[in-house]
Design a protein around this ligand. Structure first.
Ligand SMILES: CCNC(=O)c1c(-c2ccccc2)csc1NC(=O)CNCCc1c[nH]c2ccccc12
Length: 327
């Protein structure tokens, strides 16, 4: 049995929300290949933080006794609470004993996020934050039902896309799928590009990062990012806006990763113009930004993934790997 779920972008493609039925309630969750916890807004949150969200009714649910969870994301946001076992359905696929992490506390970033009802982690289960015992992701729980142990993402700019579970849909991409090995030792979908380029400016340094549907932008080392925006006239690193901004009519250079020897994965310049910074100025915020000091990995987030049909292959032919094709 395979499945497909439709995912819809919030304003400015900030995140993509996908309907998930837990028990008999439908939640709109942010599918996140950069984390491994399925957590939802719950009745254990302060009432004002529940407003406007689908809420998990913990009083009617089967508690996992003695279990709790706490996640701190690199951007400083956090969430935590206790854990239940429930039936979770995504795109027609059912996990009967899925660990559902009920949020009892949420940081300000999540409280401000008026549309998401939580996250569904699709990284490796080694990254799960439940204690005393790590729990399996939805993907791990349904993997045995699937024809292939794969998730294939088709995220789009300003339009609905899909998460395919168990199969690769030839109708969703053009040209060949190029595969690159994944190092899952840190729990992420980590891969290494042999080189990269900003337009015709070839940089023959390798670049290691994670394919992360839960992060909006492309986050790279600050010297790399300043080199990219050196090509964009009028670009500046603005503390006021929290990163690089430029005139909205700028022509942005494409960002290319060279993977598997000689295959180019290119993000067109248009997708690197993330969004206007506000209604009055003609400044736009860049889709490539510097990762804050803490992070020691590069993050190929939605801005990168939007240009590709991406196959997250957990091991259909050996080790984990990522497949890229133009869409
Ligand atoms: C900006 C969000 N991304 C990260 O913090 C992150 C980092 C990371 C680490 C240090 C500094 C910056 C980023 C490494 S892997 C990684 N990826 C994830 O953690 C993926 N999950 C993000 C979930 C998430 C965090 N804040 C949100 C706000 C709205 C919707 C979703 C979220």
């Amino acid at each position: 049995l395979n499945g497909t779920a439709v995912t819809s972008p919030e304003a400015n493609d900030l995140e993509y929300l996908t309907p998930v039925t837990i028990g008999n309630v439908t939640f709109h969750l942010d599918f996140d290949t950069g984390s491994a916890d399925l957590w939802v807004y719950s009745d254990e949150l302060p009432t004002d933080e529940q407003t406007g969200h689908a809420v998990y009714a913990t009083t009617d649910s089967k508690l996992l006794p003695g279990s709790s969870w706490e996640i701190l994301y690199g951007d400083g946001s956090s969430a935590g609470g206790d854990v239940f076992a429930d039936t979770v359905v995504v795109g027609g696929l059912t996990a009967t004993m899925q660990a559902v992490e009920a949020a009892a506390t949420l940081s300000a970033e999540f409280e401000r996020d008026a549309h998401s009802d939580g996250l569904l982690g699709l990284a490796f289960s080694t990254l799960n934050m439940v204690k005393p015992q790590k729990q399996s992701t939805f993907f791990d729980n349904v993997k045995s039902q699937l024809d292939l142990p794969v998730i294939a993402t088709s995220l789009k700019h300003g339009a609905p896309g899909t998460y395919d579970f168990g199969f690769i849909d030839e109708n969703k991409y053009t040209g060949p799928l190029t595969y690159v090995d994944v190092d899952s030792s840190r729990g992420y979908w980590t891969f290494t590009a042999d080189a990269y380029a900003f337009g015709d400016d070839q940089i023959s340094t390798s670049l290691t990062g994670i394919a992360d549907t839960g992060t909006t932008l492309i986050l790279l080392p600050s010297d790399t990012v300043s080199r990219y925006y050196a090509n964009v006239s009028g670009a500046q690193d603005s503390p006021l806006h929290g990163g690089y901004v430029f005139p909205c009519d700028s022509k942005l250079t494409p960002f290319t990763l060279v993977v598997a020897g000689n295959h180019s994965v290119t993000v067109p310049g248009e997708l690197i113009n993330y969004a206007p910074v506000g209604s009055v100025s003609n400044l736009c915020f860049g889709g490539i930004q510097a990762a804050s000091g803490l992070v020691d990995i590069n993050i190929f987030g939605d801005v990168f993934l939007k240009s590709q049909y991406v196959v997250f292959d957990a091991g259909s032919q050996g080790g984990p790997r990522l497949g890229f094709a133009n869409q």
